[in-house]
Write a protein that binds this ligand. Structure first.
Ligand code: PLP
Length: 389
């Protein structure tokens, strides 16, 4: 176990999480409550510990993407309401009820299937109605042409037995982008959202929980709070908008300099020989590779932070290892801790170089990377995700 911990690990700073939580709540004001998005193992940060901390901080509820994620939280004793954002087959209704999960309802057909199952089981399933205001993913379409038809369908859904329609929500496609066209589109999506809510209210149906604000909207449209706001990425202090709000990255992915090699000028490094030394070089071998979640797209592109300076990755990232240039860092020694992503070495920059987004890189930190949780600078718990180590 200790040797695993000394290989590659992720430090999860729960104080940074608390800081981010406070900043985001302050921004949205007291009328809107925090819905913590902890899908995909809390974007790779560890859903159980993140959820426990958000619950302590006062979050109103949590959101996950599937029933297994909800069940994991319930088994860990997390008691907050949980909204399942994704598609669940209606034959899983018994599990939804057993785990006290609130299910997203994205169509009348899906609602009828959940209703039949809940009735048969003698239960009552809480649901939130999903509106498609322009994402073209899940939801009742709210464009001009389909608005009236969707309104009637939602009214029928709200009358179905076995369901309790507690909330209504939508999701933005470009709320994190600041160009004029994107802002127009986000405002259009919001108008469609509000218009549907009003149309339903005129027909006597009022939802206690209305929500639409993802991270982009929290940053760019703080008046979109409604009853709940639903930030994911910025809760973790990352994404291209996190710096604007002074948020702190929650995850620091670390590894060590496992071995140091002296290579002559002209040596090729790693598979494919895509890098050749141009001088006599000092090369560090790091025990982290793409199987740990260090994207192979970062080959020859990213760098790690060491206490003496940055060390660029040389050649291709292998499955379990990669090499870095320590030639300019004579003080760097075997056993030194280095930061792959974190406060000194932003995962946002790595994502840009890899042609992706920070979300994908933290979600990719794999199950063989232990998560170590810190609070007040002290370790409070650890999760060794590979069973049996
Ligand atoms: C993932 C997700 C969020 C959070 O998105 P961020 O961009 O991480 O803030 C919010 N709502 C829904 C429906 C989602 O799927």
């Amino acid at each position: 176990m200790e040797s695993t911990l000394r290989r590659t690990w992720a430090e999860i700073d729960l104080d940074a999480l608390a800081h981010n939580y406070q900043v985001l709540c302050g921004r949205m004001g007291p009328a809107s409550r925090f819905l913590g998005v902890v899908k995909a193992d809390a974007y790779g940060h560890g859903a159980v510990e993140i959820s426990r901390t958000l619950a302590e901080l006062g979050a109103a509820c949590l959101a996950v993407s599937n029933i297994e994620e909800a069940q994991e939280l319930r088994e860990a004793g997390v008691d907050l309401p949980i909204l399942l954002l994704g598609i669940t087959p209606a034959d899983q209704t018994a599990r939804l009820l057993a785990c006290r999960v609130t299910q997203t309802v994205w169509s009348e057909e899906a609602a009828r299937a959940f209703s039949r199952e809940a009735e048969r089981l003698g239960g009552r399933l809480k649901v939130h109605i999903k509106l498609d205001t322009g994402m073209s993913r899940l939801g009742f379409p709210c464009d001009e042409k389909q608005f009236a038809r969707s309104r009637e369908a939602i009214l029928r859904v709200c009358g179905l037995p076995g369901l309790e329609a507690e909330g209504i929500f939508t999701h933005f496609a470009v709320s994190d982008e600041t160009d004029g066209e994107s802002r127009e589109y986000t405002l259009l999506q919001h108008r469609r959202f509000v218009r549907m809510i009003q149309a339903l209210e005129e027909r006597g149906v009022r939802f206690p929980l209305r929500h639409c604000a993802n991270s982009g909207a929290v940053v760019g449209y703080s008046r979109f709070g409604h009853d709940l706001f639903r930030p994911g990425i910025i809760t973790y202090g990352i994404g291209h908008q996190a710096r604007e709000l002074g948020l702190r990255p929650v995850m620091t992915l670390k590894t060590v300099i496992g071995a140091i090699r002296e290579l002559p000028a002209g040596a090729s490094v790693s598979y494919g020989r895509t890098f050749r030394t141009v001088r006599d070089s000092r090369v560090g071998v790091l025990p982290i590779g793409y199987a740990d979640g260090l994207s192979r797209a970062l080959s020859n592109r990213w760098r790690v932070w060491t206490p003496c300076g940055f060390a660029p990755i040389l050649g291709r990232v292998c499955m379990d290892m990669c090499m870095v240039d320590l030639t300019g860092l004579p003080q760097a020694a075997q056993g030194d801790e280095v930061e792959v992503y974190g406060p000194h070495n932003s995962v946002n920059d790595a994502a840009q170089l890899a042609g992706t987004i920070a979300y994908e890189l933290t979600c990719a930190v794999s199950r063989r990377v232990p998560r170590i949780y810190y609070r007040g600078g002290r370790e409070v718990s650890r999760e060794l995700l590979l069973r049996g180590v």
